[in-house]
Design a protein around this ligand. Structure first.
Ligand SMILES: Cc1ncc(COP(=O)(O)O)c(C=O)c1O
Length: 455
């Protein structure tokens, strides 16, 4: 059988498929280094997305590549049923030390959706181990995002996902997300957040407190909410409500964790609202290998182990190669103080995005923490009206960015019902010069868009 292909990767009619199918053809990636990426036509792009919110330490990191090679030469794979492996043990110890008290155990997965699944199953088994077998409902926020697999989709607040996949999963109850820019009439951000926390309390009561297992939320929003940060009071209110009802609080830190907000966990910004479980992925291996994890307290894992062990696992869970890469990424983050850089450069980014918002007729809001920020795009700053769906504003901005050698990541949640935004999430390694260049290209892109649409 002849399976020879064109080695340049040029495309014929047979291709692997990506979503969305009708998207314009994308450039073919050739190579990448630091914050820069090159396509096979030699065009260079500055990655303002960390592609997306993943390549936290930039591309081509020599230390990670060396660790990957060294581990590959030793052993790439060994079944967890037969062996433990040192990179997994070391990675778990380092993550646990960084996460602090309450996260003594780490269950390693191959990505964020798997981490959501594992967190839900661990929480459920803990309840069963304690004799609370009636607890199974996992409340989520609408909108929110926790992954693409069916269990993760069941707790993801997305009406399109529910409409299409609802029959083959069990969509869970949702509570409103405390947006701060668009708030209902007669509310400010603070009172709306209070109402959203009250809605959680009411939802737990309505579902029957003894049937509710957990509440899952992104402490700093990702794509679904455009880096949303709720008022501080929301986090302590949610913690108090969950504790009062015996409901586990799960922070999905797939996007916000691993140093992106300037602290190892975004949860560290709200010390009086510590979650019971945390999920990580994306930045934890920074795109060098698929990796995710669930951080859990000793008490929970001990109870599950005593009841017969965690009924969960994937072939690639905790494989030595991914764990060695994760460990090298973490060492790089610590040794180069990349969390400190995220905090410092995050403050610079906020200043520059705020100036951009003040100067631009189409930027209505800037939000986020550290290097997890977003700008909201509006047709009218006075009324906060979004562009009509047929304007395809966000897709157009991404295309204009691409023309200017700038990679952007965007979303219009639920067809624009909650607004539209561009994530601004460069690698944590970003330098002041790279920041200036990124902002120059971003302003240029937004100006071009404004000129087009406001003409
Ligand atoms: C907050 C959040 N949770 C979970 C996921 C799912 O992670 P993955 O795509 O690695 O399965 C994502 C991915 O974007 C995410 O942003």
């Amino acid at each position: 059988m002849d399976i020879r292909v064109d080695e340049t990767g040029s495309r014929g009619s047979i291709q692997s498929f990506y979503a969305p199918q009708d998207a314009p053809r994308r450039p073919v990636i050739d190579r990448a280094e630091g914050i820069w990426m090159w396509d096979t036509d030699g065009r260079r792009y500055l990655d303002a997305t960390s592609g997306p919110v993943t390549t936290n330490i930039g591309h081509g990191n020599p230390r990670v590549i060396a660790a990957m090679e060294a581990q590959a030469r030793k052993v790439c794979f060994a079944s967890r049923a037969l062996f433990e492996n040192a990179p997994n043990i070391r990675l778990a110890q380092k993550v646990s030390a960084l996460a602090g008290p309450g996260f003594e155990h780490v269950f390693v997965t191959s990505g964020g959706s798997e981490a959501t699944e594992a967190a839900i199953k661990l929480a459920r088994q803990y309840a069963v181990a304690k004799g609370e077998t009636g607890r199974w409902k996992v409340l989520g926020r609408d909108p929110g995002y926790h992954g693409a697999t069916l269990g993760a989709a069941a707790v993801t607040g997305d009406p399109v996902t529910d409409a299409v996949f609802g029959p083959v999963m069990a969509p869970m109850p949702r509570v409103p997300t405390p947006f701060t820019y668009r708030v209902p009439p007669n509310h400010d951000a603070e009172s709306h957040a209070r109402a959203c926390a009250d809605a959680l309390d009411a939802a737990i009561r309505g579902a029957g407190p003894d049937t509710v297992l957990a509440f899952i939320m992104e402490p700093v929003g990702g794509l679904a909410t455009g880096a949303l940060v709720a008022p501080d009071s929301y986090y302590s209110a949610v913690r108090e409500i969950c504790t009062r009802h015996g409901v586990l609080l799960v922070f999905d830190e797939v996007m916000s964790g691993a140093g992106r907000t300037g602290t190892f966990l975004a949860a560290d910004h709200w010390p009086d609202a510590r979650p019971d479980l945390v999920t990580l992925a994306k930045g934890i291996a920074a795109g060098y290998t698929p990796l995710g994890m669930v951080l859990a307290p000793a008490e929970m894992v001990d109870a599950v182990v005593a009841s017969g062990g965690f009924l969960h696992g994937h072939t690639y869970s905790a494989n030595p190669l991914s764990c060695a890469v994760g460990e090298a990424v973490l060492d790089e983050v610590i040794d180069r103080d990349l969390m400190g850089n995220a905090a410092r450069m995050g403050a610079v980014l906020r200043e520059k995005l705020t100036a951009l918002m003040e100067a631009s007729p189409v930027v209505g809001d800037v939000r986020g923490i550290g290097l997890l920020q977003a700008v909201e795009i509006v047709a009218d700053k006075a009324t906060k009206a979004a562009f009509p769906p047929e304007a395809n504003a966000i897709a157009r901005l991404v295309a204009l960015g691409m023309e200017r050698g700038l990679l952007l990541y965007s979303r219009s949640t639920a067809g624009g019902r909650y607004g539209e935004w561009l994530m601004v999430t460069p690698p944590l390694t970003i330098t002041p010069e790279e920041m200036d260049e990124m902002i120059r290209r971003l302003s240029d892109t937004i100006d071009a868009f404004a000129a087009e649409t406001m003409a």
